[in-house]
Every structure is written in structure tokens, then in C-alpha cells.
Design a protein around this ligand. Structure first.
Ligand code: HEM
Length: 545
């Protein structure tokens, strides 16, 4: 998968060197002048890098490609797919970029042993300078492993636990219904419709708001903008400051991201505080609010949240909409590319639900193929192919190999989800049936793994250990009800190219935004009703809401 790369630009590197010199001058750190300064710095960096590089081979680090002084493996990263590192070096590959140790964990066994079983030392996050400029220590996903992080996880735990899922079924059904109806009317702007639906669903879940019906509603645009800024801030290699923290002290005219992120913080804090305050007023007026915001309002004293923390935590959960959007995009691609799998889903829906009513969340247990579909979309195209970095809090040894404190661990979720020893020779294919036995019953794929960890999901798209996605139960149920309602009423087909008159299916190997998240390139679809009565039944179901 060649495009699953961390991209670094040469132009950014060229920019880096003069700013380093300016920094030295500004801070009077050296008494040299003119041409001597860059030469002295170059010598200093070369010596430091050679020492580090030599150390790499004197200690028993995990195996990895040989880099070059100072830059480490930077340029190899831009040439080789991360997939290949897994095949060449096995369980773990150790790399260095600008002196920062990076551990690529390629096998379930190593990921479970380190990220899960040793989670007390493998659950920190990098300092994420740019994201923290945007979120100022208020965004759960990037918080350091410690008391504040624990408090934030506790704040969302009750509302996102398996037992709480029943309280969201009605709103998930409602959102799936509106989504299906909208797509049957007009699927030309289907990407936007997916995004509207997931944001509307999460806002209802978190703040108990009514559905946001229009794609043009400003709240949708605002959430999308926050997500885009977050992705930009998090994208590996976008900002050199993540490797050279002193860059954050440079003025904004040299590093313009500082102002952009500071402005973003002000804008989005005001937005999240408004949502929070509106919920608080409704609770004061006696309204029941079973979502996360309501829970935090009721338990705030006990949880010990500041005003800002209380306002940002619900928004962090609402931002889970972005991951569901990405999964939905891959779902649509799978449906247009594999019509026979789509037909199997519809056959199951016809057999279990029939055509006189829409599926509901209570049908889930009788829809094994649909449940398998959710798992397979997440396995086949994990939207976060390298998860989020886990940082090691102290020096550690694993299988005779040294893993130094501060190492950034990436779980190679992409590779683990297509491990042939677990999924068989067809691991690269899209086949929900792999989760079912020959009689069509749901099976646990766990029997095929040594560590038994796959038992819960059958894939590792939700990450690992203490930082595992807290929204996973919610996402599984939301996806199931949306897929079921849509496929019950409609058939999804590839769009037709206006000039050739032929249907267009994108190249399945292409991905966009590799790194933090991964989505398919844009493509057109057609959404056609499956039977004449479908629109009337949708209307009838809607009237009962
Ligand atoms: C199918 C959709 C989703 C996928 C594939 C997904 C995947 C992930 C992954 C890979 C991580 C990082 C785990 C790690 O560090 O090992 C994560 C973290 C997180 N996810 Fe999700 N997620 C999804 C949906 C959601 C939803 C719906 C919510 C909220 C309701 C949510 C909330 C979070 C939060 C708050 C974190 C940060 C946890 C922490 O750092 O402690 N996610 N997710």
C-alpha cells in the first residue's frame, strides 16, 4: 500500500535550517558570527547524531532500517510503505526521525503485550505541540496519561459503556431514517449528507439536541471546521515543531500556525461553551438530559471539572462523528464495488425483517450478516491505519530488545487487520462472511489468535490498551442501524460517468489522507429504492417518531 506513508516535505526542511540559526542569534546562545554559526551548528548536530546513531547499534534496539545521521530514517519513510516494514522486520520495527525513536508494532501479540498488558507505561501521548495550541490540554485524545486524562475518561465512561447503549437506539434509528430518506431524494452530495448525519447523531447523543436536518446548518459547518483543523494539526510531518519543540517560541510571522491555532482555540471554546451553557439552562429548567453533557452537569462536583474542561469534554465525544463519517465512506465504496455482498445483506434483511416495517435496533441479534458487515468494513479499511501514537513512559525491555523511554509507538493496525495467519489467504479481500460459520451463525475469530484479544471485535480498528476508543460500542451500534435501514430501503450503485455513460468505481487501492486517518478518494453513487412501498413506509415510520 504505497500511499500509506508519512510524508515530509523537503521545502520544510530547508526552511528549518535558517530558523535554527535565527534562534541561536536571537537567544545569544553562541558568540560566533556570520558564516561560522551554521558551520558550528552543523558540526554539533553531526556529532550528536553520529553518537545517537552509534548507540542505536550498541544497545539491543528492535530491528529496523539503517538511517543516516541527524535525519535518521526520515527519507526512507517517504519512500517505503509502512506495510513493508512489517514484512521485513516482523513484530516490531524501530526507526528514528530527528533523534525521536519510533516503534512500529506490527503484530497482535506485540501490540497486546506492550500496549495492553503494559498499558501503565505504554499509554502516554506525545506532546502534540500544534494540537495543544488549538485545544490547550482540553482534548481527551491527546492528553498525557495521568490524573487529568483519567478524570476525562471517567467523565465519558458512564455514557459510553455497553450498558448505556440502549438509551441511544431511538435517536440512532431516527438519524438512520432521515439519512435514508435524504439519500433516496438526492444522492448527488452524498459525502456532505454522511457528514451531516453523523454530526447530527453525535450532537443528539451528547447534548440531547433534536436532529439537525439541513446540511447547510451552521452547526454542521462549525463541527467540520473543527475537525479539519484538528486533522491538519495532527497530521504527522505537517509541523517540524513536533520534532524541534523550540520552534514554538518563534514569532507567529515565522510560524503562522501559532496564530491560526490560537484563533481556533478562542473560536471553538466559545462554540463549545455555548452548547454547554444551553444544555445547563435546559437542565435548570427541569429537562432530562441522558447524554454525556447531562451526566457531566449532574456529576460535575464529583468529577472535579473546571468550566473549560466541562465544556470541552462533551465536544470531544461529539467529534467522534468524524471517525464514523470515515467508516461510512468506506462502507459506500464496499457497497458499490461488491454488489454481491450488498445483496447478501439485503437478503438477510428481507428474511428477518420483511418489507412491511423498517429494521430497528432490536433486530440486531437476528442480523448476523449485517453485524459481520460492520466488522468487515472496520477490518478491511481501518480509518486510523496507525492508530494514535502511544508514548513509553519509562525504559523497557521486550523479547530481549530495548525500548527507550519517550519512544513513540504506532500500532500497525492496517497490517494487523490483514494478517493472513489470523484471517486466512483472502485477508486483503472484502468478505463479511469470514465472521460467520458455515450455517451462517456469528463466530468469534478469536480461536485463530494466540493472545485471545480479538475476541471482542474481530479486528483492531479501535486501538489498544488504556487508550482504546471509548466510543467503540456506540460506533458499532450506530453503524449497524444506519447500514441496516439504508440497505433495507435502498440499493447503492456506482455513479454514471456523464461522458462515457459507464458506471464508475474508484481504484480500491487509492486512499486519501493517509497517516492519521484514511478515506477513499471521491466517487459518485446512485441510491435507488428497492421496492415501491419503501418511501411510504419511511414516511409512516417517521410519523411515529
Ligand atoms: C467506527 C468509528 C471509530 C473508530 C474506528 C475509532 C478509532 C479510534 C482509535 C484508533 C483511537 C485511538 C486508540 C489508541 O490510542 O490506541 C480512538 C480514540 C478515541 N476515540 Fe474513537 N473511533 C471511532 C468512533 C468514536 C466515537 C463515536 C467516539 C465518541 C463517541 C470516539 C471517541 C474517541 C476518544 C475520546 C478517543 C481518545 C481516547 C484516549 O485517548 O484516551 N471514537 N478511536
Amino acid at each position: 500500500m504505497d500511499n500509506l506513508l508519512i510524508n515530509y516535505s523537503f521545502s520544510t526542511l530547508l526552511l528549518f535550517f535558517p530558523s535554527l540559526v535565527m534562534f541561536a542569534i536571537d537567544h545569544n546562545t553562541v558568540s560566533l558570527s556570520g558564516f561560522q554559526i551554521p558551520v558550528a551548528l552543523l558540526v554539533l548536530f553531526t556529532v550528536t547524531s553520529v553518537v545517537q546513531w552509534t548507540l542505536k547499534f550498541s544497545k539491543k534496539y528492535p530491528p529496523g532500517p539503517m538511517g543516516i545521521p541527524f535525519f535518521g530514517n526520515l527519507f526512507q519513510l517517504s519512500k517505503q510503505g509502512l506495510n513493508q516494514w512489517g514484512h521485513i522486520y516482523g513484530d516490531m520495527a524501530y526507526l528514528k526521525v530527528f533523534g525521536q525513536g519510533i516503534l512500529l508494532i506490527n503484530s497482535h501479540t506485540a501490540a497486546i503485550d506492550l500496549l495492553h498488558r503494559r498499558s501503565t507505561i505504554y499509554s502516554d501521548r506525545p506532546s502534540f505541540v500544534v494540537i495543544n495550541a488549538l485545544t490547550r490540554g482540553l482534548f481527551l485524545g491527546v492528553l498525557s496519561y495521568g490524573d487529568v486524562w483519567r478524570k476525562f475518561r471517567r467523565g465519558g465512561h458512564e455514557s459510553m459503556s455497553k450498558g448505556a447503549m440502549g438509551r441511544y437506539h431511538k435517536l440512532q434509528e431516527r438519524e438512520a431514517l432521515i439519512f435514508t430518506e435524504n439519500l433516496l431524494k438526492d444522492s448527488s452530495d452524498w459525502h456532505q449528507e454522511v457528514s451531516r448525519m453523523t454530526i447530527s447523531m453525535l450532537l443528539s447523543t451528547v447534548y440531547d439536541l433534536p436532529a439537525t436536518i439541513s446540511k447547510d446548518d451552521p452547526i454542521i459547518a462549525k463541527f467540520n471546521r473543527f475537525d479539519n483543523l484538528l486533522i491538519e494539526a495532527a497530521f504527522p510531518g505537517n509541523y517540524l515543531v513536533e520534532f524541534f519543540h523550540w520552534i514554538k517560541f518563534l514569532p507567529s510571522f515565522i510560524v503562522p500556525w501559532k496564530k491560526r491555532m490560537a484563533d481556533g482555540y478562542v473560536e471553538f471554546s466559545a462554540f463549545f461553551e455555548k452548547l454547554w451553557n444551553d444544555t445547563a439552562k435546559q437542565v435548570d429548567a427541569g429537562e432530562e438530559k441522558p447524554g454525556i453533557a447531562g451526566y457531566i452537569l449532574r456529576e460535575r462536583q464529583k468529577l472535579g471539572f473546571t468550566e473549560a474542561q466541562a465544556a470541552w469534554l462533551p465536544a470531544t465525544y461529539a467529534n467522534g462523528s468524524a471517525s464514523i463519517t470515515e467508516v461510512m465512506l468506506w462502507f459506500f465504496l464496499a457497497m458499490v464495488a461488491f454488489p454481491e455482498q450488498q445483496k447478501r445483506c439485503q437478503d438477510e434483511l428481507d428474511a428477518v425483517v420483511g418489507r412491511s416495517r423498517m429494521p430497528t435496533a432490536s433486530d440486531a441479534e437476528n442480523l448476523p450478516y449485517m453485524k459481520a458487515l460492520v466488522k468487515e468494513v472496520l477490518r478491511w479499511r481501518p480509518v486510523s491505519p496507525l492508530g494514535t501514537q502511544h508514548v513509553v513512559k519509562q525504559d523497557d525491555w521486550y523479547e530481549g530488545r530495548f525500548i527507550p523511554k519517550g519512544t513513540m509507538c504506532f500500532a500497525n493496525i492496517w497490517l494487523m487487520n490483514r494478517d493472513k495467519t489470523v484471517y486466512g489467504e483472502d485477508a486483503d479481500e472484502f468478505n463479511p462472511g469470514r465472521f460467520l460459520d458455515k450455517d451462517g451463525n456469528f463466530v468469534d475469530i478469536v480461536g485463530k489468535t494466540k493472545d485471545g484479544y480479538l475476541e471482542s471485535e474481530g479486528h483492531v480498528a479501535y486501538g489498544f490498551g488504556a487508550r482504546i476508543c471509548p466510543g467503540r460500542y456506540y460506533a458499532n451500534e450506530a453503524l449497524l442501524i444506519v447500514f441496516s435501514r439504508l440497505l433495507w430501503a435502498a440499493t447503492i450503485k456506482p455513479g454514471i460517468n456523464a461522458s462515457t455513460g459507464k458506471s464508475t468505481i474508484p481504484d480500491l487501492r487509492e486512499t486519501v489522507g493517509a497517516g492519521i486517518t484514511m478515506r477513499p478518494p471521491n466517487f459518485d453513487i446512485m441510491v435507488q429504492r428497492r421496492f415501491d412501498e419503501a418511501p411510504a413506509l419511511l414516511l409512516q415510520t417517521k410519523e411515529l417518531l
